[in-house]
Write a protein that binds this ligand. Structure first.
Ligand SMILES: Cc1cc2nc3c(=O)[nH]c(=O)nc-3n(C[C@H](O)[C@H](O)[C@H](O)COP(=O)(O)OP(=O)(O)OC[C@H]3O[C@@H](n4cnc5c(N)ncnc54)[C@H](O)[C@@H]3O)c2cc1C
Length: 343
């Protein structure tokens, strides 16, 4: 939309459909938890951004797509017809289909739920987070810092069947995170598969853990939309795209962000850097498809892990398999965050 604001596409009516008026920056979630950013500072007002870009904004979630008739159905029952469709709907959270999502269990995806979920759980006596990914580590660590600073010394427990960030980091770096979280007073149950959840109890193989509130922050999973719409997907159910960001079978459908993968691309390696790169390729290729015939190839990227934000001005960065912990990695991360806000 920023690109459209600078270079409008003449004679094209563009509609943005999104279930919330706001788009949140997950990179700033730790800052929100620690009261360094307000709710307004970590989100973009899509209605306003759309207006500035000459785009129509429509509140709604796309439920299914008919690529043959070129129709999209929203959860509110509205049918939208299109000549060209561009999809960037992020991911959902795995395991939610097997978990009874009661009023005490929260998720952060779609991520417009984030501030409401955090505000609902931050004061809980016994707080449990499940997950071993970046979101679970950063949210857990920042919440623990906030709770300690606000005199809440009750337990915060992190449970996961996997090692922390083991898909992204070396065993040394993963062990360092375990050490740092333990020093912060977080109770870790790693390698523990959740057997069942009964009322406010989590059943692990050897013990039961009581919770007042729980944040379900497991790994990303593909939205159901693609399978339901019979669009081409990879083995994890994410939309399959070519390096032009188009779906091969339906070149009038484009996909970007975490929900769309190129064959052979590492899953979940999307980041704010890829968003900027993909945004420019998407603009050129949509314009090319609609008239100019010009196009660009998206060449992917080398996944880069930004420093982790661990609360109370502490961060962790990994360079050449060595870990660096303290204020400097935290400051590096703040620089990245500032760059993100500028874009
Ligand atoms: C705590 C945390 C910290 C992170 N830190 C970093 C970091 O430091 N650096 C980094 O590079 N990455 C980081 N990431 C990852 C990065 O932010 C995500 O990969 C990125 O947000 C994905 O962008 P996206 O556009 O694919 O999806 P999203 O940002 O999730 O946007 C998807 C949009 O689609 C909307 N939507 C969903 N379903 C539908 C539907 N059916 N119809 C219409 N609209 C729909 C949603 O409401 C949302 O507005 C972090 C993630 C988390 C959770």
């Amino acid at each position: 939309m920023k690109r459209l604001e600078r270079e409008p596409m003449d004679d094209v009516e563009i509609t943005l459909v999104s279930p919330s008026k706001y788009q949140y920056y997950p990179e700033l979630f730790s800052g929100y938890i620690e009261d360094r950013y307000t709710k307004e500072e970590i989100r973009v007002d899509l209605e306003r951004a759309a207006k500035e870009a000459g785009v129509i904004w429509k509140k709604g979630a796309i439920l299914s797509i008919d690529p043959v008739q070129k129709l999209a159905l929203t959860a509110g029952g509205e049918i939208l017809d299109f000549d060209l469709l561009s999809i960037d709907i992020g991911s959902m959270t795995s395991g939610t289909d097997k978990t009874p999502l009661t009023e005490d269990i929260y998720t952060i995806k779609p991520n417009y739920q984030f501030t409401a979920s955090i505000d609902a759980i931050r004061l809980a006596d016994n707080l449990v987070i499940t997950g071993a990914n970046r979101a679970a580590v950063e949210i857990g660590s920042s919440l623990q810092s906030w709770r300690m600073q606000n005199g809440l010394h009750n337990s915060l427990t992190l449970i996961s069947p996997n090692k922390l960030l083991s898909d992204k980091m070396t065993p040394n770096a993963s062990a360092k995170i375990v050490q740092l979280l333990t020093e912060k007073g977080i109770e870790l149950h790693l390698g523990s598969e959740i057997q069942a959840i009964r009322e406010n109890k989590i059943l692990l193989p050897q013990q039961e853990i009581h919770f007042d509130k729980m944040l379900w922050a497991q790994d990303p999973k593909a939205p159901d939309l693609f399978k339901l719409s019979k669009l081409p997907v990879d083995h994890n159910g994410f939309l399959l795209i070519e390096n032009t960001l188009q779906v091969k079978k339906y070149p009038f459908i484009f996909g970007t962000g975490e929900c769309a993968v190129m064959e052979g691309m590492r899953p979940y390696s999307h980041s704010f850097y890829t968003s900027i790169k993909q945004g420019n390729v998407l603009y050129t290729n949509i314009k090319g498809f609609l008239g100019t015939g010009e196009g660009e190839l998206y060449t992917g990227h080398i996944p880069k892990l930004s420093p982790l934000e661990l609360g109370r001005y502490h961060g962790l960065a990994v360079f050449n398999n060595r870990t660096f912990h303290g204020k400097i990695p935290w400051l590096l991360r703040q620089l990245e965050n500032k760059r993100l806000l500028k874009n």
